[in-house]
Write a protein that binds this ligand. Structure first.
Ligand code: FPP
Length: 234
């Protein structure tokens, strides 16, 4: 079985999952958050080296105040708990996206987690928070233009690698497999540059129900596809 080097997941369907059970949307996010911890362990055990998850988009601020506040509460407790997972799984954690919109204590927790886990190298876990791919590219291109204006960069010498170096994911290999749960057939502004050659799998299963069996089924399907580009270990 070919195991992807880098799996990216759009964690979708918490709200619908909760609604189907007659519960508030926040309950779905709590279950989704718990599931993320489990799947992280499973992914590490499979020997996958990079995992990137879409947990909060630049668009998600438009949700109700109650839901956004619930998610912020969840991020606070998760970022703290994640230190233990990082230690257990020897996992380096990096937040991608623009953290400046979060409350100062959340920004502190992000910095602490990244600093605490920076020397672990068995799993590299990127959590996209206040992330949008167009926003990432815009922020990166602003910095690139600034460097060019300051003479640090010659425009004619800009390559794809130069651009990659200005993205939040700089230094991280592109995803080989992108999974979106809960039936939507969209990319929703996630890693637009980085998924150029990724295999895409859309599963109807809602994120809180996406378990080890579902994960293995996705990897089996990935294994059977004939990939022309992108590196993956045999
Ligand atoms: C999509 O489900 C999910 C989110 C907007 C939030 C994802 C958050 C988690 C999985 C939990 C927290 C994660 C971390 C890193 C602490 P949805 O609400 O869009 O579901 P719906 O499409 O059914 O409404």
């Amino acid at each position: 079985m070919k195991v992807p080097n880098h799996i990216a997941i759009i964690l979708d369907g918490n709200g619908r999952w909760a609604k189907a059970k007659g519960m508030p949307r926040g309950y779905g996010h709590i279950k989704g958050c718990a599931n993320l911890e489990t799947i992280c362990d499973d992914i590490k055990d499979l020997g996958v080296k990079y995992l990137t998850v879409y947990a909060f988009s630049t668009e998600n601020w438009k949700r109700s105040r109650e839901e956004v506040e619930g998610l912020m509460k969840l991020f606070r407790s998760y970022l703290k708990k994640c230190m233990k997972s990082a230690e257990k799984n020897h996992m380096r954690v990096k937040i991608i996206g623009d953290p400046s919109a979060f409350a100062p204590d959340i920004q502190d927790k992000i910095r602490q987690l990244e600093e605490f886990s920076k020397d672990y190298d068995e799993l590299y876990f990127q959590i996209a928070l206040n992330y949008g791919s167009r926003d990432e590219i815009t922020r990166g291109m602003r910095r690139m233009a600034q460097d060019a204006a300051e003479g640090k960069l010659i425009p004619a010498q800009i390559t794809e690698e130069t651009i990659e170096g200005y993205l939040d994911t700089a230094g991280v290999p592109d995803p080989d497999l992108l999974i979106r749960t809960s039936g939507e057939l969209r990319i929703s502004n996630f890693l637009l540059w980085q998924i150029a050659y990724a295999e895409l799998i859309f599963t109807p299963v809602a994120w809180p129900d996406f378990d080890e069996e579902q994960l293995n089924a996705c990897i089996d399907e990935f294994s059977m596809r004939d990939r022309r580009y992108g590196g993956v270990k045999a």
